[in-house]
Design a binder for this molecule. Structure first.
Ligand SMILES: Cc1cc2nc3c(=O)[nH]c(=O)nc-3n(C[C@H](O)[C@H](O)[C@H](O)COP(=O)(O)OP(=O)(O)OC[C@H]3O[C@@H](n4cnc5c(N)ncnc54)[C@H](O)[C@@H]3O)c2cc1C
Length: 472
């Protein structure tokens, strides 16, 4: 249970909602408003959290991106770094919309409004300085940033947590994703549009989803979505509908046992899973989908709803983007930021003091919200050690848990413990609870033996706990 005080800012009812993890918009008053990029920095009042006492003094860390990774980093930098560490969080959106749980918007059991969170507690409780705006350029030599209002911000250490951006792919553009063929791979208006399109489906209509080559955000997420949509179409009485999953990967990428069982059992006859797909082309007007199957045959589907989870990359890594201009998208394919996973500092020579966390980085762990939270804590701890003249923890350990709804009332789970592998210098799965890796060979994650209603209940507890740890 969260222990922070009830203040004049929170009524008892609001406090109860916060304590229960119900931090939805409207329940917590905002100091952050959607008032455009020119909004001034909001200087926090005296923070109410018990910040650590450290020797750090007069240091500035700027965190860019107030999502799962950035919010956690900002909170723990202040909590563990103390008052001598000024932390500024740069974020354009007034509210955070969770992608986690957003598949349940598609069957009507949650709403996007119910997945929106205020970042107000980060300022009030921890003294994080909120800055409304978007990063547009990094001057590595001067250790400063340019924001979308033209202003600059200096830093001693910079933490980048911008999440992902989406490629124009399969003949589609951003305008198509927003209006006709939503990817809905970031919780928000596209999720609501996809819900509306599913609601309008008739008997025997076809829903087509595509899955890009790994690595992509939330490995089990697409398969989970296929299950939720199939379950919803059946339970809402639509006869003969199909959910066709076109996977560019050779096999299911996470919770393989769970999803193979669900596709062949619970959702048999509705979900059609097709791996090793190439050459996808989508007509956004007619919703005709063309692809090449695993044996080289060209196939055509007349879909009613098309949900292309298109290839994505670190936000800003597209040609001309701010991350690319700073050279920080230094993975072989130019899509992700390579980092030293002891500190999440960029491996780019000349980028000392710049850390990249969350989905934008490449570290050996999956691109997931729970993992983003863990990376943020390892990074915050390392920055505090470095600013104190010490070295980062040489043996970081992280855990990940993920729940996947399989129907409107049942779920499975996947969990893993990761630890630093000094041979490959990546995070790898340790077999159980931090057991040492053998010759750098990683074990596999553990998945639920079966799908159950109890797992579905636990999923809500896990989600509320994660969000509370991230921003409350
Ligand atoms: C359908 C779905 C289901 C999922 N389910 C799960 C799950 O069950 N469990 C799990 O662990 N994960 C899940 N995920 C994955 C999870 O949502 C992401 O991995 C997580 O949000 C990544 O966190 P992040 O901080 O890197 O990015 P985000 O949370 O996307 O945050 C990025 C932030 O950066 C901001 N930003 C972007 N560019 C700039 C800029 N130039 N300047 C300033 N700010 C900027 C954005 O506005 C945003 O607030 C799911 C994802 C989806 C799509």
């Amino acid at each position: 249970m969260n222990t922070f005080k009830i203040t004049n800012e929170l009524s008892r009812r609001q406090w109860m909602a916060v304590a229960a993890g119900g931090l939805a918009a409207g329940l917590v008053p905002l100091t952050g408003r959607a008032d455009g990029d020119r909004a001034p920095s909001r200087r926090p009042n005296t923070p109410t959290a018990p910040l650590a006492t450290t020797a750090i003094s007069g240091k500035k860390v700027v965190v860019v991106g107030g999502g799962m990774a950035g919010m956690t980093a900002a909170k723990y930098l202040r909590l563990w770094g103390g008052k001598g560490l000024e932390v500024t969080l740069v974020e354009p959106e007034a509210l955070y919309t969770s992608s986690i749980m957003s598949n349940l918007v598609l069957n009507g059991s949650r709403t996007i409004a119910g997945l929106q969170y205020s970042r107000e507690t980060l300022a009030r409780r921890y003294g994080v300085v909120a800055r409304t705006g978007r990063l547009t350029a990094i001057n590595r030599a001067a250790r400063s940033l340019t924001l979308s209002d033209g202003s600059s911000l200096g830093y001693d250490r910079l933490v980048l947590a911008p999440g992902i951006s989406f490629d124009d792919a399969y003949g589609l553009t951003t305008a198509d994703y927003d209006a006709r063929t939503p990817h809905a791979w970031r919780g928000g208006a596209q999720t609501t549009l996809l819900r509306q399109q599913i609601t309008a489906m008739q008997d025997r209509d076809i829903f087509v989803m595509t899955i890009p080559k790994a690595p992509y955000r939330c490995p089990p997420g697409p398969y989970e979505r296929a299950c939720v949509v199939a379950d919803h179409l059946k339970s809402s009485g639509r006869a003969g509908c199909q959910v066709v999953v076109l996977d560019e990967n050779p096999v299911i990428q996470a919770e393989r046992h769970t999803f193979e069982t669900a596709f062949a059992g619970l959702h048999a006859g509705v979900i059609r899973y097709i791996p090793n797909v190439t050459g996808i082309q989508i007509d956004p007007a007619s919703k005709v989908v063309t692809y090449v199957d695993g044996v080289g045959g060209t196939q055509v589907i007349n879909a009613r709803v098309v949900n292309p989870i298109v290839p994505h990359r670190a936000a800003g890594s597209e040609a001309g983007g701010w991350l690319a201009q700073a050279g920080l998208n230094n993975s072989a394919d130019g899509r992700w930021a390579m980092v030293n996973v002891l500190s999440y500092e960029s491996t780019l020579v000349g980028a000392e003091g710049i850390h990249v966390i969350g989905d934008a980085s490449s570290c050996g762990m999956p691109k997931a919200g729970h993992v983003a939270n863990q990376e943020a804590k390892i990074c915050a701890d390392a920055i505090i050690r470095l600013l104190s003249g010490a070295q980062p923890d040489p043996q970081p350990v992280a855990n990940s848990a993920c729940y996947s709804p399989i129907t409107a009332s049942s779920a499975s789970w996947l969990t893993a413990v990761y630890q630093y592998d000094p041979i490959d210098r990546r995070m790898k799965i340790a077999s159980n609870g931090g057991q040492t890796l053998v010759n750098g060979v990683a074990a596999t994650a553990t998945e639920a033996a079966s799908v159950s209603q109890e797992n579905f209940k636990d999923m809500g507890t896990w989600f509320n706990t994660l969000m509370k740890d991230t921003l409350a």
